[in-house]
Design a protein around this ligand. Structure first.
Ligand SMILES: *[C@@H]1O[C@H](CO)[C@@H](O)[C@H](O)[C@H]1NC(C)=O
Ligand SMILES: *[C@@H]1O[C@H](CO)[C@@H](O)[C@H](O)[C@H]1NC(C)=O
Ligand SMILES: *[C@@H]1O[C@H](CO)[C@@H](O)[C@H](O)[C@H]1NC(C)=O
Length: 522
């Protein structure tokens, strides 16, 4: 270690102890680590980045030929379903402000940026219309600007938004035709951007998208049945499984196109992103332990088992019977032949799980058949799972993240993983001041705990290749509108001015510290 490096290291070490010395999880693990080995566990090609998505960031909802997508229509027709009755028409206007945002990334010292392609910008009518080259041009300029400033694009082909015409014409994900549409989008993106994009993911969180769109009906296309939700159409006990089936096959189709047509020349890799939560059995009973396993199977394994092994988890087969579509022998072969190169792991929270298959539960999140009869709870008596927050689903439990990564490593041995999202949301209340939002010590506590847990999992053998904080900026957080802020940078929604929060400096120091501790990398 060069003298300068060790000086910087000691300074940032002191800073990090000052900033998050009170974090219980951090304290336990880091003190040993520092005494025994000061070199960073993160290899020199590790990606540190921030994540975003088109609808939540771009705005410019009808600019340069972009058509309306499912989220444009949903938010325009049902403002009451969004906490602040707002929408992504402007969002954080990244479509026009991406150069400034790249400067913010350079401030952080990240080497990658995760963003998604707006389907209705490049193919306003899917395959029913022409390619829009204004959309292609936007992403070309964005990609070039990132690369010229040392930031590797990490591109999601689709993050929840699709041209509304595909919903109107054939009900989108409920029909196999959507697989062909998605393959067409994927091919177009590989063709135009693949010479510079080396990291692709197909779909963002099919599990979460399907649960919200077809089980509870809270997201478009607002389809569900009672008692899962209150919709005018849909069937919560079979449509989610059809939609997910089409998403899994669409994913495999895109991977197949990449691997057979582009990968050899473009030399990138391709994966899929799932939402994960750690599910802790609420008791030592076998029933609760099996329920926790079922909860995993009805969530991330639902998507990953087919993508990796070409079959659904046995817990889903057993409970759902005929409601779970089957893969034909040809599809099984295709799934296995087009195995993802890596998995993208989004992770925010943990729950206790209580069995509802053998025992009877009251109603609640997870209690029903389509959810695997595994009730999700945030408390066991007076003990909460991690620290509860203002956001009902976010419980701060870094140890759960550690367990989740070990679980994925056991289930999919050696598979490379990227943490494609992890972060903390501040729910803005009427009395919240900008000063409080900028002085975001809770976010720093959260990130330092989860990044310690990540390192612990890597020491245990998890093959993790990158970490993306959700999110670079405050942005349109779906049903929470602009009231739930996940940014390392604060956005003033009247001026769209970006201001670094304390967490931005914390993340910058964290990355700098690890780059310095690599020794040779600087
Ligand atoms: C593409 O966008 C331009 C505006 O930049 C618009 O004039 C044109 O009609 C669009 N083309 C297609 C095929 O959507
Ligand atoms: C269900 O939705 C309808 C229409 O949006 C509304 O009038 C009704 O009160 C809702 N019912 C429940 C139980 O929430
Ligand atoms: C939780 O409940 C148990 C038993 O009812 C009690 O002994 C314990 O002090 C309680 N803990 C807290 C933190 O309230």
């Amino acid at each position: 270690m060069k003298p300068l490096t060790s000086f910087v290291f000691i300074i940032s070490l002191l800073q990090s102890l000052l900033v998050h010395g009170s974090g219980r999880y951090h304290h336990q693990t880091s003190s040993n680590n520092i005494l025994e080995d000061s070199s960073s566990i993160f290899p020199s090609d590790f990606l540190f980045g921030t994540a975003s998505s088109a609808y939540q960031y771009e705005g410019a909802f009808s600019t340069d030929g972009k058509s309306l997508n499912n989220w444009d229509v949903f938010t325009h027709e049902n403002p009451g379903k969004i906490l602040d009755e707002n929408n992504g028409d402007i969002a954080v206007d990244q479509y026009h402000r991406f150069m400034e945002d790249i400067q913010s990334m350079n401030f952080l010292g990240v080497n990658s940026y995760r963003f998604s392609i707006s389907w209705s910008r490049v193919l306003p009518r899917g395959r029913f219309g022409e390619i829009n080259y204004s959309g292609i041009k936007y992403y070309n300029i964005l990609i070039d600007a990132l690369i010229s400033r040392g930031i590797k694009p990490f591109v999601t082909l689709n993050h929840f938004d699709y041209p509304h015409e595909l919903e109107n014409r054939f009900q989108s994900w409920l029909e196999p035709e959507m697989q062909i549409e998605f393959g067409y989008l994927a091919d177009l993106c590989f063709k135009h951007f693949g010479n510079r994009v080396k990291y692709w993911t197909t779909l963002n969180e099919p599990n979460q998208q399907v649960i919200l769109g077809y089980v509870t009906g809270l997201f478009p296309p607002s389809r569900c049945s009672s008692p899962y939700g209150n919709c005018t159409r849909g069937n919560s006990e079979n449509e989610p499984f059809i939609a997910a089936h089409n998403m899994i096959l669409a994913h495999a189709k895109a991977v197949n196109i990449y691997q057979t047509k582009y990968q050899k020349e473009q030399k990138g890799s391709i994966g899929i992103v799932v939402q994960t939560s750690w599910f802790e059995p609420i008791s030592d009973s076998n029933a609760d332990k099996e329920a926790a396993e079922r909860a995993q199977s009805f969530y991330s394994n639902w998507i990953l088992d087919p993508a990796i092994y070409g079959k659904y988890p046995k817990e889903m087969v057993n409970i759902l019977g005929a409601a779970l579509p089957q893969f034909s022998s040809n599809e099984v072969k295709n799934l296995k032949n087009s195995r993802a190169d890596f998995i993208g792991v989004n992770h925010y929270t943990s729950y206790f799980i209580q069995d509802c298959l053998i025992s009877t539960c009251n109603t609640g999140n997870g209690a029903y058949k389509a959810e695997g009869f595994a009730l999700k709870l945030d408390r066991k008596g007076n003990v909460s799972i991690g620290e509860l927050t203002d956001v009902v689903w976010q419980h701060i439990d870094p140890e759960g993240f550690h367990k989740m990564l070990n679980y994925l490593t056991d289930r999919y041995p050696n598979i490379p993983m990227f943490i494609t999202e992890n972060g903390f949301g501040d729910l803005q209340k009427p009395e919240t001041t900008d000063k409080e939002l900028l002085h975001d010590t809770k976010r720093i506590q959260y990130m330092s705990g989860y990044l310690e847990a990540l390192q612990a999992a890597m020491r245990d053998g998890a093959n993790v290749k990158g970490y993306f904080a959700w999110s670079l900026l405050d942005n349109f957080e779906w049903l929470y509108g602009y009231k739930l802020r996940f940014g390392l940078f604060h956005v003033d929604y009247t001026t769209l001015k970006r201001t670094p929060k304390q967490s931005a400096s914390w993340y910058k120091n964290f990355i700098e510290d690890h780059v310095n501790r690599r020794g040779s990398a600087c």
